[in-house]
Design a protein around this ligand. Structure first.
Ligand code: UDP
Length: 330
């Protein structure tokens, strides 16, 4: 007998893959999403979509009152580091303020477990690599700070009210549902892999490689790309152990890839060149970000299915190729 879950941000990139994973194992879910960045078409038939803004406390309260809920998965957030540097207070209100309201509603309506989509951006410039859970937290942006604020709220919600939580910190969600039902569709798109694929397909101008003078072997930034479906299974694995205690996990591949390596992977997968230009650094980009994931592997037996970058890129390529306009047009 499956459970019943509320997924905030379930029409977005990672949230929609989690909804698919929940349904695949027989759980029922309702998506709460204001569709500001999510897509109606990413919500499958048979899943209720509550088109609600988390800032609307009365509406959030009403849906949580409509329990019982076995748990809440909380993805809904603003997630662009650059935007957060321009509008810090907007990010604190949307990410921290709205999360406070959601957590409060969970407590009042006796929801016992919450899984929170956090970020490795709360580590700022890492002091060592790969980044482990207990490494120094020093968010380099209001975005990272706003996510850390929510982690602290959850710690207090557990201590005072017994709300069990899992905080999952990840960086570069990548790829698409291997069955082709879901994929990445940000507007505007700012992420490396979809932009590189579109450049290779001639749908966008050549990709600008942001910075070639970093202290890395080929001079470009190194990032940790984790397949979005593996992130989804990590959320399930973390939820399943919340009977024991609240947890905080980093979700990384422990193997970083440079921008040039990503472009080479896209070229291999697509069988064509990726037109690109060399551009100055993008402000705020650290040279290397690679997260550890030993803790969740040991505690939950989480094993990512996609470990090779080419396999991750292949799923992203298949999605972009089949959906030139993303979710528009089916
Ligand atoms: N990047 C790039 N050109 C682009 C977009 C991204 O060179 O048009 C680089 C970016 O500087 C970073 C890496 O690709 O080093 C991943 O960037 P992305 O925006 O995908 O994710 P982030 O690491 O910022 O979360």
């Amino acid at each position: 007998m499956g459970g019943r879950f509320l997924v905030t941000g379930g029409a977005g990139y990672v949230g929609s893959h989690l909804v698919r994973a929940l349904r695949a194992r027989g759980d029922r879910c309702t998506v709460l999403d204001n569709l500001s960045t999510g897509h109606r078409a990413a919500v499958p038939d048979g899943v209720a979509l509550a088109e609600i803004d988390l800032a609307d406390r009365a509406a959030v309260d009403k849906i949580l009152a409509d329990g019982p809920w076995d748990g809440v998965f909380h993805f809904a957030a603003l997630s662009l580091v650059g935007d957060s540097m321009r509008d810090p207070m907007g990010y604190f209100a949307a990410n921290a303020g709205n999360s406070a309201g959601l957590i409060d509603a969970c407590i009042r309506h006796d929801v016992k477990k919450l899984v929170f989509s956090s970020t490795a951006a709360l580590f700022g410039l890492p002091e060592r690599l790969p980044i482990a859970e207990d490494d120094r937290i020093d968010p380099g942006s209001p975005y990272g700070e706003s996510k850390f604020m929510v982690e602290r709220m959850l710690a207090w919600a557990d201590r005072v009210h017994g709300l069990r939580y899992a905080a999952l910190r990840y960086f570069n969600a990548a790829g698409a549902d291997p069955d082709g039902a879901l994929g990445e569709d940000h507007r505007p798109e700012t992420h490396l892999i979809p932009l590189a694929i579109d450049a290779a397909l001639g749908r966008r101008p050549p990709l600008a490689v942001f910075g070639t003078d970093y202290p890395t072997p080929d001079g470009t930034c190194i990032r940790d790309y984790v397949h979005v479906s593996d992130l989804a299974t990590a959320h399930l694995a973390a939820f399943d152990q919340l009977d024991r205690a609240s947890v905080t996990y980093n979700l990384g591949s422990e193997a970083g890839h440079s921008v040039h390596e990503v472009l080479a992977s896209v070229a291999r997968v697509g069988g064509c060149k990726v037109p690109h230009t060399l551009a100055p650094r993008r402000p705020g980009d650290p040279a290397v970000l690679v997260a550890a994931s030993a803790r969740i592997r040991a505690a939950c037996g989480w094993t990512p299915r996609f470990t090779a970058l080419d396999d991750i890129v292949a799923t992203a390529w298949a999605w972009r190729n089949a959906h030139p306009s993303g979710y528009d047009g089916g």
